[in-house]
Ligand binder design. Structure first.
Ligand SMILES: *Cc1c(COP(=O)(O)O)cnc(C)c1O
Length: 484
């Protein structure tokens, strides 16, 4: 077989195809593909415009009828409600939002040359890195426009929940940019166990409470029954929503799951498309982790547009934790977005709204449901999904840190584990696939999780396989019935 020597240490075997593709690259040793500020995309992409069928509407839990703008107006500004139901292909990014995006965007696309060498793979691995943002993840891509549209509508304060703290940090930063107050309820277990996120949230000027708290009816009800409750995302959502609903100048903000959130994140994929064009490559496989689906949708939807138009043919693959497998083991059904059952009913892949996932370190992936839009795209057969256990993920995270020099957040180690598995398949078959993976955040505030892995105390999950299916089956029996 012909050996193509790219640069010292890397040799790729294969037919002339490699040389042809590489000849378009300015420098085969190039590690970073950067865009100028002036090249930053100025529109978000709405994939709903291009899908063969539209996703199912959200339903009012009381009437079973599709929710209208008025049902959401108590919590969200009209600009975001319009984006939530929009079928326009593109939405212009406001100048005030672009201005804040430019603090860290365009974000870099890296070629993982050192990882490729370590794997001795003919695959070419690229990662789009969102850890350069003020919060260290992709979350500010939506926190900033959400804060902007609320400020523009005269809102004075935003409330939200946060689990591990990434979303609370992003919203606290975004609120500071536009002079909004911000109040965050953080799941008690994380509040106690991960103090640095709390300090960062306070540094950005927000107020933070452990949830359950005695500040809301929802919190007091839980505390009365369980004074030592470790909390859950569902309880924290209830506290934030209750507080927002009580004041006309306070709104609520959600960091994932909803259509407008996924749309804001498409700036990631639009930039990546331009970066791939610069090096004359197209991805064969796109891999990302999914909690609520926003970083994965954000990277992959612009490529899905190209795929639907027949211009590219990437396989698009979501990776979820084996202990919270909503796409691979959940059902596609109407369910609540929160544990308490306060939200509209959304048709999505779900494990049941009272499914309590194992306390794995990838806190951002511990959500019982999946974005209704991403669930719909999955049902249409346009994307694939797989599940990974956390020790394989941390092994991938450690290899990535030692080769590429970035300690990944626990969430994207799921994408990295699948990326490495794909690259190893290429080593066996000799295929020279181009792999694009979403490195949606760094893990500098998650080092305790790495400590647990390195010291050998980490377990995969306390559930056995059959227990997961039993827990899921029990949760699914409690799916809501739709009135009417
Ligand atoms: C919040 C978060 C996630 C999970 O949310 P998605 O909406 O699925 O992207 C994943 N990774 C990081 C770093 C996060 O902060």
């Amino acid at each position: 077989m012909q050996q193509t020597r790219l640069h010292p240490g890397v040799s790729v075997s294969g037919p002339g195809d490699v040389e042809r593709k590489w000849s378009t690259m300015t420098d085969p040793r190039q590690r970073k593909v950067l865009l100028d500020e002036s090249e930053m995309p100025t529109r978000w992409y709405n994939v709903i415009h291009d899908l063969p069928t539209p996703p199912a509407p959200y339903l009012h839990p009381g009437t079973g009828q599709p929710v209208g703008p008025d049902d959401l107006a108590g919590l969200f500004p009209m600009a975001l409600i319009e984006q939530e139901v929009s079928t326009e292909q593109y939405v212009d990014i406001p100048a005030e939002v672009l201005d804040v995006y430019r603090l860290w965007r365009p974000s870099p696309l890296y070629r993982a040359l050192s990882l490729e060498r370590a794997l001795n793979t003919p695959a070419r691995i690229y990662y789009k890195y969102e850890g350069v943002s003020p919060a260290g993840s992709h979350k500010p891509n939506t926190a900033v426009p959400q804060a902007f549209y609320n400020a523009q509508a005269g809102i004075r304060k935003l409330t939200t929940e946060t689990g591990a703290g990434q979303w609370g940090t992003a919203l606290a930063f975004a609120c500071a940019q536009y002079g909004l107050e911000c109040e965050v309820w953080q799941v008690r277990a994380s509040y106690d166990g991960k103090p640095y996120r709390k300090i960062m949230i306070e540094t950005f000027g927000a107020t933070i409470h452990p949830s359950p708290s005695d500040l809301t009816d929802a919190g007091r009800a839980v505390l009365e029954e369980h004074p030592d409750s470790p909390g859950s995302l569902g309880i924290a959502i209830s506290e934030a929503v209750e507080t927002a609903a009580q004041s006309p100048t306070t709104n609520y903000a959600l960091g994932s799951v909803l259509n407008h959130v996924l749309m804001h994140q498409t700036i990631i994929g639009e930039e990546a498309l331009l970066q791939f064009a610069k090096v004359g490559e197209t991805p064969d496989v796109i891999i990302g982790c999914t909690g609520g689906g926003s970083n994965f949708g954000g990277l992959s939807f612009p490529f899905l547009r190209e795929k639907l138009a027949g211009r590219m043919h990437p396989v698009i693959r979501a990776v979820e934790p084996a202990s919270c497998p909503s796409l691979t083991q959940g059902v596609f059904a109407y369910d609540f977005g929160d544990t308490a059952g306060m939200t509209p009913l959304m048709k999505m892949h779900t494990l049941g709204h009272d499914f309590i996932p194992d306390p794995i370190h990838a806190g951002g992936l511990r959500y019982h449901g999946m974005s209704p839009l991403l669930s719909h795209v999955y049902e249409e057969g346009l994307i694939e999904a797989t599940a990974k256990k956390q020790k394989e993920c941390f092994a991938a995270g450690v290899l990535f840190a030692r080769t590429e020099g970035i300690v990944p957040a626990p969430e994207p180690t799921h994408a990295l584990a699948e990326t490495i598995a794909e690259a190893e398949r290429c080593t066996e078959t000799g295929e020279e696939k181009v792999i694009l993976t979403a490195l949606c955040g760094h893990g500098h505030l998650d080092l305790a999780a790495y400590d647990s892995y390195l010291s050998g105390t980490m377990t995969d999950h306390s559930y056995e396989e059959h227990e997961i299916s039993d827990a899921v089956a029990a949760a699914l029996r409690k799916l809501p019935t739709i009135p009417g």
